[in-house]
Design a protein around this ligand. Structure first.
Ligand SMILES: CC(C)(COP(=O)(O)OP(=O)(O)OC[C@H]1O[C@@H](n2cnc3c(N)ncnc32)[C@H](O)[C@@H]1OP(=O)(O)O)[C@@H](O)C(=O)NCCC(=O)NCCS
Length: 188
């Protein structure tokens, strides 16, 4: 697949755009926090680690081969403040499967911004990227994340119980997914 997205992607209140080198401080503001990192694989990041992450993200803008990721900065349309990021990973080329992810600054949570941005990227997944199924996963204790999945119309497909060790304890993981035809039906 080789499609060209025209950035920024716009929603009612937000702009989803490529990361730029000037975003390091804004990313550090949320990725350095313990509460944000609690359910992420990465621990809180240093400023240097954020600079590296931002540099990598500036090129993660399209899906050409399996494993490629689109990671976009989310900013408020009214004041341009960067409030978080959303991602789409191409997990299987043959079966047209993708995975969505999201990380938002706590000061900008609880307003539906993560849902609004993720819904736009889900639309890209099922239109431009022509995927068949999109899934998302999170720790079972990450209520904000699985509630967001449900808001997007995803179904809970699995609850893995004590299937791995994570940050010193048993991991409980939810998988959620939505098929393209389910997504289309929701829009009618
Ligand atoms: C997961 C995460 C993105 C969810 O953020 P969020 O702001 O709760 O998600 P949403 O955008 O869906 O907002 C929903 C909340 O906004 C409220 N809201 C206010 N206005 C709204 C609107 N216009 N539309 C929708 N929801 C609205 C909802 O009622 C809901 O609040 P509630 O949970 O108290 O019921 C956030 O918790 C996060 O970044 N966590 C840290 C990183 C992380 O764990 N990422 C996921 C790893 S799997």
């Amino acid at each position: 697949m080789n499609f060209l997205l025209h950035y920024p992607l716009e929603t009612e209140r937000l702009r989803l755009r490529p990361f730029t080198r000037g975003d390091v401080d804004a990313v550090f503001a949320y990725r350095s926090r313990e509460d944000v990192a609690r359910y992420l694989f990465d621990p809180p990041l240093s400023r240097e680690e954020c600079a590296l992450a931002v540099q990598q993200r500036t090129t993660e803008l399209g899906l050409e081969k399996e494993g490629d990721r689109i990671i976009l900065a989310v900013e408020k349309a009214d004041d341009g403040v960067l409030i978080g990021e959303v991602s789409l990973i191409w997990r299987s080329v043959e079966a047209r499967q993708g995975e969505l992810g999201w990380i938002f600054h706590p000061e900008h949570q609880g307003r539906g911004y993560a849902s609004e941005a993720s819904a736009r990227l889900l639309e890209v997944a099922f239109t431009e990227a022509d995927l068949h199924r999109v899934y998302a996963r999170c720790d079972a204790g990450n209520t904000g994340s699985w509630r967001l999945m449900e808001r997007l119309g995803m179904r809970r497909e699995a609850h893995f119980r004590e299937h791995a060790l994570f940050k010193g304890g048993w991991d409980e993981e939810f998988y959620y997914a939505i098929l393209r035809r389910e997504w289309l039906a929701l829009r009618q």
